[in-house]
Ligand binder design. Structure first.
Ligand SMILES: [Zn+2]
Length: 227
């Protein structure tokens, strides 16, 4: 397995969901074909139960993840705390800033969104019904939130289609992401290929913001914020 696939540098392994199912609401999104077919099957089953399961975000390239990362590092995008409140990053040193960003955003190269196996889901109909713009915060996925019914449905059925939640528990690194699902049959084959050495090479060859801080703390980042 090559570094390009593992770290989101190429997307040759992906297909557009719209090519498999032109009427699909997730037609702008890219996944590996096996994961896309499993998703469509799951989505159709959810629809039969009255749930509009759509992808909000799927494949993200290294460059796209870097854009998020860079904007957070320089203060153009908010960095949120555990209560979804924006942190004043100007009061943090580089190491503190690094950990604050990593709580909710993967370091480019370590995002499971690079693989074409992982995506974030929303209940599109419910969001429209309540005129709600999804922000991907925990309250939206709690029983009374706009994606509450979707969450309950997925808890019961997602594993049948091969989908699991890699960020369902808080181990102190990445926060809980009830919206994030992973197609395990493929993802568990990719995960072991992302080693610390491969990540170091990828970061060294990049021009990400805070590169020196990142490289200095790379072993910790790898241990705490990647799974
Ligand atoms: Zn995600």
């Amino acid at each position: 397995m090559n570094r390009q696939l593992v770290c989101g540098i190429s997307q040759d392994h992906l297909i557009n969901i719209g090519n498999l199912d032109p009427n699909n609401g997730s037609d702008r999104h890219h996944l590996q074909s096996e994961a896309a077919l499993a998703f469509i099957e799951m989505q159709q089953a959810a629809a039969k139960d009255g749930i509009d399961c759509q992808i909000l975000s799927s494949y993200r390239s290294f460059k796209q993840q870097q854009s998020i990362w860079d904007r957070k590092w320089i203060g153009q995008l908010p960095v949120l705390d555990n209560n979804d409140k924006a942190i004043d990053i100007s009061s943090l040193n580089n190491e503190e800033k690094l950990h604050a960003i990593l709580r909710w955003s993967a370091l480019p190269g370590t995002s499971r969104h690079h693989w074409g196996t992982d995506f974030d889901v929303v209940d599109r109909q419910n969001a429209l019904r309540y005129n709600h713009t999804i922000e991907l915060v925990a309250s939206e996925y709690e029983p009374k939130g706009v994606c509450g019914l979707l969450t309950l449905w997925l808890k019961e059925h997602a594993s049948h289609y091969g989908f699991e939640q890699p960020y369902a528990k808080d181990y102190g690194g990445i926060g809980i992401e009830p919206w994030h699902y992973s197609y395990l049959p493929l993802a568990e084959k990719i995960a072991p290929h992302l080693t610390e050495t491969l990540l170091t090479t990828t970061i060294e060859q990049s021009d990400i913001a805070g590169k020196m801080t990142v490289l200095k703390h790379l072993p910790t980042i790898f241990e705490r914020y990647y799974r």
